[in-house]
Ligand binder design. Structure first.
Ligand code: BV8
Length: 259
């Protein structure tokens, strides 16, 4: 008798994954939620309860109040430093190992996919653990915590900022090119833990569908739907992805993929 979680997975979807030639994945904050990182839809806590991320993650916010924006990112870096990947991240590592071609496009800036062992990762919106200077983009690996806030670039003296893509900033050209190539070539596209509200990433699942790929949208807000080539599952990534892995490759059952 299949257990509840494997019944979560429509049979056609498991077969599509097992026989997929090229799997492209788009992840959002929801895949890190079970590691303890609040999503952008979650209300911010503590000091930041009165701020909306989209009001802080902009060049204008940084120009207006560099200290406030720097300290918000310092708070988020500290929050990310203490967390580990979850079963959802690990399931994607297993899928990458089992399909001929795989590319993971993430909107997340927490580095947890790489920490879990994913290799083919494109950080569409950068990485909060990396820092650069505001004026010239000089990468800076270490800075003095005491002293100027934000710290200043040792090369050009401009204030340091997180190496992430802010609202109103263009995504890196190479990231966009790799995303476009994945859309053109994939036969299965998984949109996982994202509200699909932020462009241009939000359009990727529809683009993949239009090009003939099978698409899964998994988050906590869609209605369950089995309408091949579109599948929607309302569920927890940390539960559904290990179940999808085991439904596609039953030999995985009991391998601890769900722990
Ligand atoms: C740009 C880094 C060109 C910073 C981020 C049309 C075309 C192009 C641009 C636009 C356009 N329309 C509007 C724009 C402008 C803007 C935009 O999209 N605005 C939105 C608000 C409408 N886009 C841009 O500015 C982009 N730049 O296009 O350049 C340009 C240049 C100049 C002028 C115009 C255009 C840059 C966008 C990147 C912004 N940077 N992050 C930082 O982190 O501080 S965005 C940030 O927010 C994230 O990276 C992510 O992308 C987004 C949050 O989305 P999600 O990850 O989906 O998270 P969310 O909380 O929304 O949802 C969580 C989901 O998980 C939910 O569905 C929930 O149900 C689910 N969930 C929760 N728990 C679980 C779960 N699912 C499964 N399991 C669970 N356990």
């Amino acid at each position: 008798m299949p257990d509840l979680e494997t019944t979560l997975i429509p049979p056609g979807l498991a077969e599509r994954l097992r026989t997929a030639r090229y799997v492209a994945v788009l992840t959002g904050a929801g895949i890190s939620a079970e590691s303890g990182i609040p999503t952008f839809r979650d209300p911010q806590s503590g000091l930041w309860a009165n701020y909306r991320p989209e009001d802080l993650a902009t060049p204008a916010a940084f120009r207006a109040n560099p200290r406030l924006v720097w300290e918000w990112y310092a708070w988020r870096r500290a929050a990310v430093a203490g967390v580990v990947p979850n079963a959802g991240h690990r399931a994607l590592v297993e899928i990458e190992a089992r399909v001929p071609h795989f590319l993971l496009l993430t909107q997340n800036v927490d580095g947890l996919h790489q920490a879990a062992g994913s290799h083919a990762v494109v950080e569409l919106h950068g990485n909060i653990r990396r820092v650069k200077c505001f004026d010239r983009g000089h990468a800076v690996a270490t800075w003095a915590e005491a002293g100027d806030v934000p710290p200043l670039c040792p090369l050009c003296g401009s204030p340091l900022r997180p190496a992430v893509v802010w609202f109103g900033e263009s995504l890196p050209a190479d990231a966009l090119a790799r995303a476009a190539d994945a859309i053109a070539r994939c036969d299965l596209f998984l949109a996982l833990g994202t509200s699909l509200r932020v462009e241009p990433a939000a359009s990727l699942p529809a683009d993949a569908l239009a090009r003939g790929a099978t698409v899964l949208i998994l988050n906590r807000e869609v209605a369950d739907r089995v309408a091949p080539p579109l599948y929607q599952i309302n569920g927890l990534a940390g539960t559904v992805l290990p179940a999808l892995l085991e439904a596609a490759w039953p030999e995985m059952a009991g391998s601890g993929s769900r722990s």
